[in-house]
Design a protein around this ligand. Sequence first.
Ligand code: GDP
Length: 618
Amino acid sequence: MYVVGTAGHVDHGKSTLVKALTGIDPDRLQEEKDRGMTIDLGFAWLELPSGREVSIVDVPGHERFIKNMLAGVGGIDVALLVIAADEGIMPQTEEHLAILELLRVKRAVVALTKRDLVDADWLELVVEDVSARLQRSTLSGAPVVVVSAVTGEGLADLLATLDRALDNTPPREDLGRPRLPIDRVFTIAGFGTVVTGTLIGGRLQAGQELEVQPGGLKARARGLQMHKHKVEVAQPGNRVAANLAGLSTDDLRRGQVVTVPGWLRPTLALDVSLRLLPAAKPLPHNATVTFHAGSAEAVARVSLLEGDQLQPGETGWAQLRLGEPVALAKGDLFVLRTPNETIGGGEVVEPHARRHRRRQADVAEALQLLQRGSPEELVLRAVDQRELADLPAIVQRSGLPADQVRATVQALLAESRLVQVNEHYATGASWERLTGRLLGTLSAYHQQYPLRSGMPKEELKSRVGLAARLFNQLLERLEAAGRLVQSESSVRLPEHRPAFDPAQQREAERLLEALARDRFSPPSLTDLAQELALDAELLGALVEQRQIVRVGESIAYLPDAYDEMVAKIVERIRASGSITVAEVRDLFNTSRKYSLGIMEHLDEQRITRRVGDARVLR
Ligand code: GDP
């Protein structure tokens, strides 16, 4: 099914022509009148000689209704430009022509109507005039058909011409991302809330879960209709009425978009390629205009990214800041108007724009890439914006369909142009940035704490700012690549060895000598540390390297003394079933302070367990 949209100056005979062609009066659908709707867009349908079904969106031509025309024009396959033979090209004919060009409507048929009101000489002049004007437009090849809705002259020819114009029209793209820009909202008694629009980007299915943006409202498609007939599936390009369960008319308005959940986000700032119409006045930086895209309309401030003025007929990069959120996707076309005229339009290149500094060559370059880039370039750019990106993020940022992103990612992986970390991806450059940051943080830690064997994983994770799962996956990958070494709770660079400088080395030796003096009753560690001016880092390193075994705050043994004590205690318990603190004291000829210290330590180490006054093995 195809959509034909009418365009043309007010009173040039659009509605009359649509009625003559279809038998349906687009302005006076009885049901709509009964519902008390404001009629600003008319809809009718017909079957062409070939059997093609066509919807006709009739857009009123009066100046104040231009925005309604914009709401209807998105998604049309062929424009039916109606020009009255008695008046010829008029201001709104020009404006509609410009809008069709801006919205890249490539197929048009011109109906030169009211043939019955003019004589042959006049008609010839008007046909020439119209043809000459079309030559200067993107619709230069459009056929001109002379008709009269009153006498019926030329109507059959017009239908045949519309048919031919549709011959080469490819079916609307199915990107798996259906969007129904709402152009009408109403209720039908006993049925509920209904919205209508021209479906683009994908199919809608009856019963499907839906989302309305802006607003993020959830709904279900209770039923779908095309041309007043119930359908199970609506295809892109169809005029669709959707009955939405879960929402009332108060929740909905023209300009919102019905879509599937989870991908379309409203925006307040977008980067665009902007063309100013040749007839417009120069557009200054920061001008305020009205923005129209799909069925949405919003006030917009135009920040010109390149110069202080955009000249008539010129195209440039701009950022639009909207007065209210609009749900847009990359590649969407839009029109800008002042209160009185259409001044230009263009293409959305980045629907979720960051602030840019003006007059930056790299900004223009990046936008150029976004607009013209291949899927590979767009995916690489989307990944490169962050250090690691998963598929939904790449889909979101590239503006490409999910299937295409998956295929492109696979191809890039095969060419080693992407690095994969489980479900995340990095480009060569973003991978270097990320690993550089992680290894750099680790290296800085080693520098700050040269005596520590490694950096606690928790600390590294929070410094690098990654989620736990991703962080662990990254560590595994880096360890496999030999770029770091993990222990249970810490990580280090492979080449890192805690090293004492000569002064520290001397201090350590003096400590070990002191502890050796009385192996089982060594001098208090705290006193020694103070005496020898040992810092906590050095003590920590000696413990970590097991040059000393710390049993309590102030007790540390040399490892051989400690091992001997543990062996003897264990042996004694094995022999007599248990041991008391007093027996330990006598065994090593020491004081209660030491024997209590080591036994509490062994309890903690889960070697022994206290039973009354004695210890047994665990
Ligand atoms: P629209 O504003 O473009 O939709 O124009 P309408 O369809 O409302 O037509 C405007 C006026 O022109 C109406 O009075 C129509 O009756 C008249 N009209 C439309 N088509 C023809 C035609 O082919 N011949 C004549 N004589 N009048 C026409």
